[in-house]
Design a binder for this molecule. Structure first.
Ligand code: GNR
Ligand code: NI
Length: 172
């Protein structure tokens, strides 16, 4: 089931999310809903707080080649266990901040540990767009948005645009 995506500013997007303990069917259904919502948007990642669920769950699929096999990843309790000194800059966007893009610098490679949908511990090193995306998603679980890396004036301008967008959507 597709779920509505919260738009910034929203207090739920600023909360520290809680780790999941036991993997339940309810949590697997949540992950399936998140993947459906992400692919429909379309986006390359989604974090549970973006649909109003304050638990540490993210999904991502950064395969972008046309016709390539998709790689849907579901991560419960994802943790960055190592980051490269090398940095890389990507123009980031966010489904909770529609149509706004800005360069963000982050570690170019990260090693991530997580629980998969069967509760098995996984660990993998990511680079390129995958590294950027997984860091962007884990930030969401800590109440952090990509605009928090921008200068205050730029961030304020984007927030005002989003307030206006939300007002217009509420009237429509
Ligand atoms: O769809 C998305 N694209 C994107 C592009 C560059 C860096 C990060 C992202 S994540 C974003 C989807 C989203 O908002 N996930 O939280
Ligand atoms: Ni986002």
């Amino acid at each position: 089931m597709k779920r509505p995506i919260l738009i910034h500013p929203d207090p739920r997007l600023k909360k520290l999310c809680t780790p999941v303990d036991d993997l339940s069917d309810e949590l697997r259904t949540l992950a399936d809903d998140m993947l459906e919502t992400m692919y429909d948007a379309p986006g390359i990642g989604l974090a549970a707080p973006q649909i109003g669920v304050l638990q540490r769950v993210i999904v991502l699929d950064c395969v972008k080649e046309e016709g390539a096999a998709p790689r849907p990843l579901v991560m419960f309790n994802p943790q960055i266990v190592a980051s490269s000194d090398e940095m890389s800059t990507y123009e980031e966007g966010c489904l909770s901040i529609p149509d706004q893009y800005a360069d963000v610098e982050r570690p170019a490679q990260v090693k991530v540990a997580w629980l998969d949908r069967d509760g098995n511990a996984q660990e993998e090193e990511f680079d390129g767009l995958w590294a950027t995306c997984v860091q962007h998603e884990i930030d969401h679980l800590d109440g952090k948005l990509f605009i928090d890396y921008l200068k205050p004036l730029r961030r304020q301008m984007i927030t005002r645009k989003m307030q206006k967008l939300k007002r217009e959507r509420a009237r429509a």
